[in-house]
Write a protein that binds this ligand. Structure first.
Ligand SMILES: Nc1nc2c(ncn2[C@@H]2O[C@H](COP(=O)(O)OP(=O)(O)OP(=O)(O)O)[C@@H](O)[C@H]2O)c(=O)[nH]1
Ligand SMILES: [Mg+2]
Length: 255
């Protein structure tokens, strides 16, 4: 059964670049990744998608046809995508690769908060789906920013019934200490709680309460995978993570 890997995260966090770099890494290592662009509004992509929603649906066309502004048209497109899902699935079925790398739209809420996205995921094969959730590095290095991204990650997770792999994107933009801090906060939220307390941050109380609540959800801590598409690092760790979720082992020969 093929595995659909959804690249999800806030605008500009590096989804499209990672989609491309992960495919290239797979190719070099003898695995086949098929890229699927799910962003009808993408004007430019850092790669040529193997399958492209824009072949069925374009943001510009929806804007002019329905007299909508860019935001209204994005929402309309997100809903229309579900109608195109059977066609998309038909094309996907013609590929023999084991991994479909799904590049989701820039605005995370279009993917995470529309009911149509759940229908899309379901039509494209929900039981073999996984989410690679990208944490933006610039937001992640601020304790409150990290709390916000954690909340978004958990919110996204509850919307979709699929396993997820947390990834810290563009890790080349972080210093060694920043990287260490973020990994530490993810692994043990009590250290995040301490930083928030010590930092005398406005709304510190609310942040701490949120972190305590999150701690209940991710009670064993979260192992976040640092990745840099620019430096082509962390790709093997993503692959190993996918393998262990679906096949329960770290065996790189599984597929
Ligand atoms: N330094 C650095 N920059 C990166 C990396 N990955 C992506 N970028 C840059 O970050 C910017 C956004 O990257 P994209 O891949 O387009 O991000 P995205 O999440 O697909 O963006 P939207 O679809 O518009 O939300 C581009 O300028 C990329 O060159 C990385 O690993 N390191
Ligand atoms: Mg993109």
């Amino acid at each position: 059964m093929p595995v659909n890997i959804y690249m999800v995260g806030t605008a500009g966090c590096g989804k499209s670049t990672l989609t491309n770099e992960f495919k290239l890494w797979m190719e070099i290592n003898g695995f086949q990744g098929i890229t699927v662009n799910l962003d009808p509004g993408a004007e430019q992509l850092p790669y040529q998608p193997d399958i492209d929603i824009r072949d069925w649906l374009s943001l510009a066309d929806v804007m002019s046809e329905y007299g909508l502004g860019p935001n209204g048209a994005q929402i309309a497109c997100a809903d229309m995508m579900a109608l195109n899902a059977p066609d998309l699935r038909e094309v996907m079925d013609t590929y023999e690769g084991h991994y479909f790398l799904m590049d989701t739209p820039g605005q995370i809420e279009l993917f995470a908060f529309r009911r149509s996205s759940r229908e899309l995921v379901s039509t494209l094969g929900a039981s073999e789906s996984l989410m690679v959730y990208l944490f933006d590095p610039i937001l992640s290095k601020q304790p409150t920013g990290f709390v916000s991204l954690l909340l978004m990650a958990v919110t996204t997770q509850v919307r979709f019934d699929m396993p997820y792999l947390p990834v810290l994107s563009k890790s080349d933009l972080l210093t060694g200490t920043e990287l260490e801090d973020i990994m530490g906060w993810a692994g043990d939220t009590s250290s995040l709680e301490s930083v928030l307390r010590e930092g005398n941050i406005r709304n510190c109380y609310a942040s701490i309460e949120l972190v305590k609540g999150l701690n209940e959800i991710i009670n064993e801590g979260m192992e976040i995978i640092p990745v840099s598409s620019r430096e082509r690092s962390g790709m093997e760790d993503i692959y190993t993570g996918v393998q262990s979720i679906f096949f329960g082992c770290d065996d790189l020969e599984s597929y």
